[in-house]
Design a protein around this ligand. Structure first.
Ligand code: BGP
Length: 478
């Protein structure tokens, strides 16, 4: 089996996890810059521990990351050597509008992305741009409280107008918000939200979600006006919930858990909230600040394609004792039970390639729009041998089994799929833990958890494997 001609093979990164240079050339401060490494990372990401500036005694991985800001030419050359047809990256909002809503954009920021895009185009690599990947400008959090406030919509549109005008003709594929459903699970990382004593967190989260959904729809409309022929997608942190057993209460619980995530994509793909969403909000006592104009905008701004990340499936039961007993420990951003049928990575992410095929079928049945897998991969610790080689058969095994599932979904189930940009083709900072040790790359970067390292880039065994996969359009996965 192989993929159709023109299939967009490639890799994906996010600005804050690779660029570094957090305060260079006029860049403003963003949420991701103040999310520290260590035990406070999750409380800050969740909006429970308020940190709106860099504090003494903390290490902030995004400040230097892998310094792609200064290495992008070398890195894109390596992507081209692997045969990439597509590179998904995000623009840092505050590199372009340092305060989030400046009237005059920062030319140095725009120039950086222009050079990066030109570098991709030089090799025939199609850029796929995420407009907002976990980075709300701190200045807008101080001004509005982040996406708590409707005025964020205009700020976001201002940013979109600047980048659409500048990059039209060069960038065809765009994504509005990375993993928009993460807003519910990691509200500060997802939308710059934090909560103080006595605040109604549920209402704040759903209203912020609504403002992002409206902003996304307006961005789709604007993109179509300013860049005819452009394609704009939504982006879901996917991974279907399996019922713990065939007990109907488990089946129901799994369906309900899925709805937390479909809430967003249903609205972005269909241009309207599903009926159950209104009931859910009513039950939770959420008063949604939704105007008739918002509903009209949502209708007109439905997305062109559905993109998603897939790392693992999830599992849920409707029986409280089972949930208690089998709940995954630790810091998982999205809750799940431990599925006894599946192996897991060192970080406890369960490996379920068939779940990717299930997810693809479900999403296509639900929306009838082309899909794009924009993240998939395995975080693992690597060892550099004395001769500089890096043997990573575990990574190849994970990728192979998922690409097999993807090939089956396309060839045997007939699902339209635009492309596959695996996550982290080069080692970058982990979003959930802030570690460097959790590596996804085909290219190793000499940067360690404590911030030390030469930043030297080295090819792992998997580099040559992916090169062959792309060269044969997925036919040779050996
Ligand atoms: C997704 C994010 C990415 C990314 C990836 C892997 O949730 O969109 O930014 O990092 O997950 O997660 P982690 O880095 O925590 O291993």
């Amino acid at each position: 089996m192989k993929m159709p001609e023109g299939f967009l093979w490639g890799g994906a990164t996010a600005a804050n996890q690779c660029e570094g240079a957090f305060n260079e050339d006029g860049r403003g401060l963003s949420t991701v810059d103040v999310i520290p490494f260590g035990p406070d990372r999750m409380p800050v990401s969740r909006g429970q521990r308020i940190m709106l500036d860099c504090e003494e005694g903390y290490q902030y991985p995004a400040h230097t990351a892998i310094d792609m800001y200064h290495h992008y030419k070398e890195d894109i050359a390596l992507f081209a050597e692997m045969g990439f047809k597509c590179y998904r990256f995000s623009m840092a909002w505050t590199r372009i509008l340092p305060n989030g809503d400046d009237d005059v954009p920062n030319e140095a920021g725009l120039k950086f992305y222009e050079d990066l895009i030109d570098e991709c185009l030089k090799y025939g690599i199609e850029p796929l741009v995420t407009i907002c990947h976990f980075d709300t400008p701190i200045a807008l959090i101080k001004k509005y409280g982040g996406w708590k406030d409707r005025r964020m919509i205009d700020a976001f549109l201002k940013y979109c107008t600047v980048i659409f005008t500048r990059f039209k003709g060069k960038v065809k594929y765009w994504l509005t918000f990375n993993e928009i459903n993460m807003l519910l699970h990691m509200p500060f990382m997802g939308a710059g939200l934090y909560f103080t004593e006595g605040e109604d967190a549920e209402s704040i989260k759903y209203n912020a979600a609504h403002y992002e959904i409206v902003a996304s729809a307006k961005a789709v409309k604007l993109a179509h006006e300013l860049m005819p022929g452009s394609m704009v997608g939504c982006m879901l942190a996917a991974g279907q919930y399996n019922p713990w057993s065939c007990n109907p209460v488990d089946v129901f619980a799994a369906m309900e858990a899925d709805k937390d995530n479909y809430f967003f994509i249903d609205a972005q793909a269909r241009g309207a909230y599903p009926v159950w969403a209104w009931k859910r909000m009513e039950r939770a006592g959420v008063k949604l600040d939704c105007t008739p104009e918002d509903l009209a905008v949502m209708k007109e701004g439905a997305v062109d394609f559905i993109s998603f990340s897939y790392y693992c499936s999830r599992c849920m039961s409707g029986v409280p004792e089972i949930v208690e007993k089998h709940k995954k420990p630790g810091n998982a951003a999205i809750s799940s039970l431990k599925n006894p049928y599946l192996e897991a990575s060192e970080w406890g992410w369960q490996i379920d390639p068939l779940g990717l095929r299930v997810t693809m079928n479900t999403l296509y049945d639900r929306y009838q729009k082309p899909l794009f897998i924009v993240e998939n991969g395995m975080g693992a610790a690597d060892t550099v041998e004395e001769d500089g080689s890096i043997h990573d058969p575990y990574r190849v095994a994970y990728m192979r089994s998922h690409i097999e599932a993807m090939l089956a979904a396309v060839n045997e189930d007939g699902i339209p799929l635009l492309g596959y940009t695996m996550w982290g083709p080069i080692d970058i900072v982990s979003a959930s833990t802030g570690e460097m040790r959790k590596r996804y790359g085909f290219i190793y970067v000499d940067k360690q958890n404590d911030g030390t390292g030469t930043m030297k880039r080295m090819k792992k065994d998997s580099f040559y494997w992916y090169q062959k996969v792309i060269a044969t359009n997925g036919e040779d996965l050996a």
